[in-house]
Design a protein around this ligand. Structure first.
Ligand SMILES: *Cc1c(COP(=O)(O)O)cnc(C)c1O
Length: 504
């Protein structure tokens, strides 16, 4: 049943990536002296000698900027924009990233004049509307997580981790001892140990058990009076739910340590279970993952931190409080860890996330979670005969295969990912989590239809067949892009901008 690249490409890409736009030259190559993208009216003021007026600030040499007409500039950049891959173009199966669709209603709401124009220095009495939005989002997220309180300040997931561990540290310090170490499982996202280290903690590694979960006995041996916290991703980066999470919490609490949950994978839990109910003390959320605000490309993220009541005194300032029916920012909080971001956080993301939550409602959010888990398991079932599944534990919102069978033919996970580009899909996450050698980490999210999932499965099955029949074709992929295999380290510093004819 394996389809050829051409058949699948026709169905997924169509005319989206026409080959003629791939030969687009550099803007400098298109330049012709004297061309202009603008026209000024005739001079109607006395002419001045710029060189004399500016003195040494006058630039003698030409800046060497490209000279083009307006339509040439528009066409150049529009053509370049068609080379971008985007969630609005096709499936984006990057595991751990929850690349879900950003509903247009979010964008509509974020552009409502009173919200879009609200200035952070506007007096509180005139900003009650946007403060209501922030307050309502806080209450929704507290309800979803089962925690007691929250800050929306952190600008991303990693920044949320940093803020959360600052809370942990401040709480321990308030009891007389900051403690020295944080335990982190070997399946953790790289930002977890980085966070612990930057907050001044020693990182202690905890090995996962054969099911990909926490080994309770090993944890019990490792936790002591010097342990500040365990940082745990749940479901883990293997897509596995820690079903003994309440016991993990008990082991930590018995020694006075706290349970931090990396909540980047909440897309598998929203509406089904609440971290606050299974013993988590503090956690972050990624609004740009779970709650559908735009994601990637360096745009603004948002990583709220929710925690239990006992951590509330340490929250970053200002904290939103309601007094006499009006919302105010409260600054005077003696035990605060301080401000972690300018103003109040990325407000545009709050508006989008709230729009998403309200548009779905409780039943819709639960359905979303169920569909995300169903989609991941549909992919798992349809690929597990061709790709090695290192952990047999049931999958939540993502599935992790390994390239073991393909590696026997000399084809690695990175090669398969690059071949996927030829089939019109963004690659999955390559070589992560680190505990799976040659990992293929796939997270379809709930956004994908059955038809799109089937196309993806067809592409992956077709590639597995290619690995058997013509491994070199896969090892030299992608074949349909402007440039092919770049030096992945050098490419960021020495970009290769010119079309290489030998690729076609
Ligand atoms: C994405 C992610 C993070 C980091 O979030 P950013 O917003 O990229 O800083 C942390 N942990 C896990 C498990 C993640 O998937």
């Amino acid at each position: 049943m394996a389809a050829t690249v051409e058949q699948i490409e026709r169905k997924t890409l169509g005319k989206v990536r026409p080959h003629q736009t791939q030969n687009e030259g550099l803007v400098f190559e298109k330049s012709a002296a004297g061309k202009r993208g603008y026209k000024l009216p005739p001079l109607d003021v006395p002419e001045v000698d710029a060189k004399a007026a500016l003195g040494p600030a006058y630039r003698v040499e030409k800046a060497g900027l490209p000279e083009l007409s307006e339509i040439e500039i528009i066409r150049h950049f529009t053509r370049l924009s068609t080379w971008n891959y985007a969630i609005d173009l096709g499936m984006y199966p990057l595991g751990s990233c929850t690349m879900k669709y950003n509903p247009r209603v979010n964008e509509y709401v974020a552009r409502i004049e009173g919200l879009a124009d609200a200035h952070p220095y506007r007096p509180e009495s005139l900003a009650q509307g946007v403060l209501e939005v922030i307050d309502l989002l806080q209450r929704c997220l507290i309800e979803i997580t089962g925690m007691d309180t929250i800050t929306l300040q952190p600008a991303a997931g990693a920044h949320g981790e940093f803020t959360g561990i600052l809370l942990v540290r401040a709480w321990h310090e308030s009891r007389g001892n900051a403690r020295r170490k944080i335990i982190i499982p070997d399946s953790a996202h790289g930002t977890n140990p980085a966070t612990a280290a930057i907050c001044g903690y020693q990182v202690e590694n905890l090995k996962s058990n054969a099911q990909g979960g926490i080994d309770l006995e090993a944890l019990e041996r490792q936790v002591d009076e010097d342990t500040a916290a365990l940082m745990l991703t749940n479901p883990s980066t293997l897509g596995v739910f820690e079903n003994e999470i309440h016991k993990i919490a008990d082991i930590l609490h018995a020694k006075g340590a706290l349970l931090y949950m990396d909540g980047a994978n909440m897309n598998a839990l929203v509406g089904k279970v609440r971290p606050g109910d299974f013993g988590v003390d503090v956690m972050h959320l990624n609004l740009h993952k779970t709650f559908s605000t735009p994601h990637g490309g360096g745009g603004p993220g948002s990583g709220p931190v929710a925690c239990k009541k006992f951590l509330e005194p340490f929250l970053p300032t200002p904290v939103l409080v309601k007094k006499d029916g009006e919302l105010h920012w409260e600054y005077n909080r003696p035990q605060t860890v301080g401000r972690v971001r300018a103003f109040y956080g990325n407000t545009g993301m709050f508006i989008r996330a709230l729009a998403y939550i309200l548009a779905n409602g409780p039943d819709g959010l639960r359905q979303t979670t169920e569909d995300a888990v169903l989609n991941a398991n549909y992919i798992r079932k349809n690929l597990e005969d061709l790709y090695e599944l290192p952990y047999k534990t049931p999958s939540m919102h993502e599935v992790v295969f390994s390239d073991k069978r393909q590696a026997a033919k000399g084809v690695k996970t990175g090669d398969i990912a690059k071949r996927l580009i030829d089939y019109g899909f963004h690659p999955y996450t390559v070589s992560f989590p680190l505990i799976v050698h040659g990992a293929l980490m796939i997270e379809p999210t709930e956004s994908e239809s059955l038809e799109e999932l089937d196309l993806f499965i067809e592409a992956m099955r077709s590639i597995a067949k290619e690995v058997e029949e013509s491994p070199d074709l896969v090892k030299s992929a992608p074949h349909s892009t402007r440039v092919s295999r770049l030096d992945e380290v050098q490419a960021a510093r020495k970009p290769v901008l010119r079309w290489r004819h030998e690729n076609k």
